[in-house]
Write a protein that binds this ligand. Structure first.
Ligand code: NCD
Length: 329
């Protein structure tokens, strides 16, 4: 697919290749509702955008004249800068909306804020919010496209997409792969998005962590739960290590940091029992020495920086596709 001269060319190329699939969602709220076909369509689109980032002039025109707003109510380094860069590589105008410096601190509601932004003629809102469901609520109330950049403990679809895209890139297919998601599952929207996307594509998901860091309805998820990391580490194709989200944990959920790292941390010692080609992932930010040792995070099996690079291509694909769906309305 050639994305260099805008969406119409991408459409024509898809038609010429006989691809019947047409992306129809103008919002990306979560991975739970996406089919395997939709997930693969995002990945195929992202692959074509990786090429744009390798050019000396890193720009493609599909979002020229469009306005993308980053509306972040929670801190972020990677996700926010990745969305900004993705939007500007597609030639959109980007507005970074800092909540602390906005009228939200004067009591304006999320909806009023969004409606005011919309009155300025924006096309896509990328939102991160501490309340699960905030992006959905927004999508019901405004005309602009809404992309979820993390809502409470609920979902973080573009992180899930970039994780799965990275596995697909390195392994070819997700079918039959064993993926362990390790650590603070209870507070992790990254875990939830990964669970939905991975299982839809045929991977087997294992959740590993102390019982206190498992979500309350874990038995309703399509996963195997395990409290002993050493029991399964040797069988896994992928180890996705989650950050312990201290800012979301009210009271202590494990005896001590040392104890946690001994039982659930990815140490060099534990890596000797893993498959030689196991992929070691982490969404960042890393607590070095807690959920992962530096030698492993920076070691040969680590995909951590590749994930960040791929995040850009995946977010370009998502912005491109929601805009395409909005144009068809
Ligand atoms: C994650 C998040 O904010 O949910 N980080 C990210 O987006 N890269 C995970 C985390 O904060 O631990």
């Amino acid at each position: 697919m050639d994305v260099s001269v805008g969406s119409s060319t991408a459409d024509n190329t898809a038609a010429a290749e006989g691809q019947a699939f047409v992306w129809q969602r103008k919002h990306l709220l979560g991975l739970r509702e996406l089919s395997a076909e939709e997930l693969n369509h995002i990945f195929d689109t992202a692959e074509s955008f990786k090429e744009v980032s390798q050019r000396s002039v890193k720009k493609a025109p599909p979002l020229r004249g469009k306005v993308v707003v980053n509306l972040f109510f929670e801190d972020s380094t990677r996700t926010r800068s990745s969305f900004s860069l993705a939007a500007s590589r597609l030639s959109a105008d980007v507005l970074d909306f800092t909540v602390k410096a906005s009228s939200v601190s004067k009591g304006e509601t999320l909806l009023d804020t969004a409606r005011n932004l919309e009155a300025m003629g924006i096309d896509i809102i990328v939102i991160r919010h501490s309340a699960g469901g905030a992006p959905y609520m927004l999508s019901q109330s405004i005309d602009a496209c809404v992309v979820n950049a993390g809502d409470g403990y609920h979902e973080h679809p573009t992180q899930g997409l970039l994780d799965i895209f990275t596995i697909r890139e390195l392994r070819g297919s997700l079918k039959g792969l064993k993926v362990a998601i390790v650590g603070d599952i209870a507070h992790s929207r990254v875990a939830r998005s990964n669970i939905w996307g991975l299982t839809t594509l045929g991977a087997e998901v294992f959740l590993v962590g102390p019982p206190t860091l498992m979500p309350s309805a874990v038995n309703q998820l399509p996963v195997t739960v395990c409290h002993n990391f050493d029991e399964i580490v040797g069988e896994m194709d992928v180890l996705n290590m989650l950050r312990v989200q201290f800012e979301r944990i009210g009271s202590p959920m494990f005896p001590s940091v040392r104890e946690y790292s001994r039982l659930f941390g990815l140490t060099e010692e534990r890596m000797t029992r893993a498959k030689k080609d196991v992929l070691v992932m982490h969404p960042g930010p890393i607590n070095r020495g807690l959920e992962i040792e530096s030698e492993v995070a920076d070691g040969p099996n680590s995909t951590i920086l590749r994930q960040v690079t791929n995040g850009l291509a995946v977010r370009m694909a998502v912005l491109f596709l929601v805009n395409q769906a909005a144009a068809m309305e």
